[in-house]
Design a protein around this ligand. Structure first.
Ligand code: UDP
Length: 321
């Protein structure tokens, strides 16, 4: 069985659905602090907290777990600067708890949700996996620390892992069963869609004076379903004896904030009011990843490789909320 930690969240819940479709048996472990119970429509649900190691031990005792996927993390960069302890306790210490129980139970296959935030300000675009990792905020630093710990565990304990460095996760389940529902919402696409349905008065563009073609930040948006498919490939890679590795997961295409707004306007056929404001601190002008390595080693190919199809799935889900 596969343990999906944080399987009630945005990406974890997609993972749970996809694994079940492919015939895997899953257990979702989530404390529901940010996750949604109604997103866990497949597999077994076990409520528990990674901060309480006995909760983790209980689940490992109860089920024959073969591999673990770990999605449970706080992901607000700005909050990580204001309250780093919250991030280090959850994203770092609680991950150590999980790894401790895995080792106690001799479970040695792990798929970890990492991030392009571990690279910091890019020196070269597209970013490849061997780009220097110099994170510029506690969120990115905590994720990098986990990657370093995984590398040590892998060398010492015959433990094998795949670390997946996501670019901008976006889009929703094409069947519109589950999607993005963050509280608070800070991500560009759901905020634009909120403006389209009138839940929000406007969308603010954070900075129009960047050194980019239209002056707004460029990001690499990758569909959540493509992320889930990459995790399944990573799991199979580990099942087949693959060595510990890390991969970028992005589309390899950059889109500016203005392009995202224009595309959303076209897809929703709604008037979206735009307000230009100052830059948001800590935003690099361009973040685009190379996923050549994942394509070659995992044989992964993103299906949603254009912005329209990503926003369309997000919109179909969002307008039902
Ligand atoms: N952004 C924006 N207005 C918003 C939210 C985001 O202009 O209300 C910009 C943000 O500055 C960044 C891009 O949209 O350049 C994507 O931001 P998001 O928070 O979705 O993801 P991030 O790249 O920070 O992980």
């Amino acid at each position: 069985m596969i343990l999906i930690v944080g399987g009630a969240g945005y990406i974890g819940s997609q993972m749970n659905k996809r694994l079940n479709i492919q015939g895997y048996e899953t257990i979702v472990f989530d404390n529901l602090s940010y996750g949604h119970r109604e997103f866990v429509k497949w597999g077994i649900f076990e409520r528990g907290d990674l901060g309480n190691i006995e909760d983790i031990r209980r689940v490992f005792k109860k089920y024959p777990i073969e591999a673990v996927m770990h999605f449970a993390a706080f992901t607000y960069v700005g909050e990580s600067v204001e309250n780093p302890q919250k991030y280090y306790l959850n994203n770092l210490r609680n991950t150590l708890n999980l790894l401790e129980v895995m080792l106690e139970n001799d479970v040695k296959q792990f798929v970890f949700s990492s991030t392009c935030a571990t690279y910091g300000n890019p020196q070269e675009i597209p970013i490849t996996e061997d780009h220097p990792q110099n994170p510029i905020n506690p969120y990115g630093r905590g994720k990098l620390m986990v990657e370093q710990i995984l590398s040590d565990y892998s060398a010492a304990y015959n433990f094998r892992y795949v670390s997946l460095r996501y670019f901008n996760a976006s889009g929703a389940d094409p069947d519109s069963e589950i999607g993005e529902l963050h509280q608070p919402e800070t991500h560009l696409i759901p905020l634009i869609l909120d403006a389209a349905i009138g839940k929000r008065e406007n969308i603010q563009i954070f900075g129009t004076d960047y050194d980019t073609p239209d002056g707004t930040c460029v990001r690499d948006y990758i569909h959540v379903l493509d992320l889930a498919e990459a995790h399944i490939k990573a799991l199979k890679y580990l099942e087949n004896g693959g060595k510990s590795e890390m991969f970028n997961l992005g589309n390899g295409n950059g889109f500016s904030v203005r392009e995202v707004i224009e595309t959303a306007q076209r897809i929703t056929s709604k008037e979206i009011k735009v307000v230009e404001v100052d830059r948001r601190p800590g935003d690099p002008p361009v973040l685009v990843g190379s996923s050549k390595k994942a394509r070659e080693v995992l044989d992964w190919e993103p299906e949603y490789n254009d912005l329209s199809s990503i926003i369309e799935t997000a919109w179909n889900w969002h307008k039902k909320l």
